[in-house]
Design a binder for this molecule. Structure first.
Ligand SMILES: Cc1cc2nc3c(=O)[nH]c(=O)nc-3n(C[C@H](O)[C@H](O)[C@H](O)COP(=O)(O)OP(=O)(O)OC[C@H]3O[C@@H](n4cnc5c(N)ncnc54)[C@H](O)[C@@H]3O)c2cc1C
Length: 381
């Protein structure tokens, strides 16, 4: 079915992104996978092309456009070339709402120009060694002392953890107040007592830096609090998580489509028992099933993008999109590995890398089980 999500300007933008990736990313990505990180220069080059901060007002160096279809284009193009090292999705899709919607004028002036230019790389620190799904169980504290908070604790599994300059850190400002005791503080590279741990060795996404962060008596100016008052952190997170989950769903569908296309081409060429793989009914039925599910997923996700643009995407809509598409992605990729036979296990074949890169999708941004909890709770049992 014809996809009607995009207008001509999105198509033109897609060409620009595609050309940028072909020139600046694809030739280097294999090396970045070995390095475990992408160089900061590629962020700056992407910033020069206007790939960051669409929703950042023009006076702060952005485009002033709130249209998630541009974000969608970037995620899709990155996924199509397997450039999973680029943490652009986290910067654009997840961090922008915190920086644009929750900041005051003074904070906007400090952070937005660098955010839009790619010179200030961002990250978000929610997860701790002892608490991931159960965000209320975090133990990092921020104790007010005059004009500062003194922050102690640690975070783990933080995307852009090594490269980031500006990290939204979820802290307890009042450990006795439950959800109302949680706040979001901006920690900046170079603050005394803010250190990074290991660049963690992951199953896949090897070019993406994922790290531990440590805070030992870090003195953070009160001016770095997000929002007007303490204790809003949990609600701020809940507001922004649907967009994060939609971004993951967009990536999931794009990855499933890409792997499916590659596998169909493979099944056309590869022969066994004197005919190509596509001549076996099992192959055709399996590909037919997967293609059907992926197309249906695509239309639901496109509708979610429209709903987000209209300010109507609910937490339940996004949870449905997230768990369904990421579970589908894993199933598609796994079945496509099978159709490749032994070659599917060789890293020189994109399907093998896709298999490694996709597994985490049902885990981060809220696990499948937590998504089902969100949906299940909406029935009011
Ligand atoms: C590559 C990668 C990048 C990441 N990037 C970031 C980042 O940038 N910032 C950040 O803050 N975090 C990040 N994370 C962390 C990620 O969001 C968490 O790993 C995830 O939310 C799950 O938390 P957990 O690992 O503590 O698992 P746990 O919460 O311990 O869950 C373990 C298992 O128990 C299940 N479970 C937990 N609670 C329930 C329940 N109520 N009902 C049923 N089942 C339940 C879970 O679904 C899961 O299967 C990243 C993780 C990875 C792997």
């Amino acid at each position: 079915m014809r996809r009607d999500l995009f207008d001509e300007e999105h198509d033109l933008f897609r060409e620009t992104v595609r050309e940028f990736l072909a020139r600046e990313v694809v030739p280097h990505h294999a090396q970045w996978e070995k390095d475990g990180i992408v160089p900061r220069e590629v962020w700056k080059k992407a910033g020069e092309l206007g790939m960051f901060g669409f929703s950042v007002p023009e006076e702060y160096g952005g485009s002033g456009i709130s249209d998630f279809r541009y974000n969608t284009v970037i995620v899709e193009e990155i996924i199509r070339v397997g450039a999973t090292g680029l943490g652009f999705g986290l910067h654009n899709d997840i961090m922008a709402p915190y920086l644009v919607d929750l900041t005051n004028d003074e904070q906007k002036q400090r952070w937005l120009p660098g955010f839009a230019s790619g010179e200030l790389i961002t990250a978000i620190g929610m997860t701790e060694p002892g608490a991931g799904s159960d965000l209320q169980g975090i133990r990092t504290t921020a104790v007010r002392e005059g004009d500062h908070y003194v922050v102690n604790g640690q975070k783990t599994f933080i995307t852009n953890g090594i490269n980031s300059d500006l990290v939204v850190v979820v802290v307890k400002t009042d450990p006795s107040a439950g959800a109302r005791g949680t706040s979001l503080l901006m920690l900046e590279r170079g603050m005394e007592g803010f250190t990074r741990g290991r660049n963690l060795e992951k199953v896949g996404m090897h070019a993406q830096d994922t790290a531990e962060l440590f805070f030992q008596n870090v003195r953070v100016p009160v001016a770095n609090l997000l929002g007007d008052e303490e204790g809003q952190g949990f609600f701020q997170l809940m507001n922004n998580l649907p967009q994060e989950r939609l971004s993951i769903a967009v990536a999931a569908v794009a990855a499933a489509e890409t792997v499916l296309e590659e596998t169909i081409a493979y099944c056309r060429d590869r022969t066994a028992f004197g005919r190509n793989l596509g001549k076996f009914q099992n192959t055709r039925f399996l590909l037919a099933e997967l293609a059907t599910e992926v197309e249906i997923a695509r239309h639901y996700v496109d509708k979610c993008v429209r709903a987000l643009n209209a300010g109507e995407l609910t937490a339940v809509d996004a949870a449905k999109a997230k768990w369904w598409t990421t579970e589908l992605q894993n199933r598609v990729v796994d079945r496509c590995v099978q159709l490749h036979g032994g070659y599917g296990y060789m890293l020189e074949y994109p399907v093998a890398k896709a298999w490694l890169d996709s597994r985490v999708q049902t885990i981060y941004g809220g696990t499948t089980e937590i998504m089902k909890e969100i949906i299940g709770r909406s029935f009011g049992f």
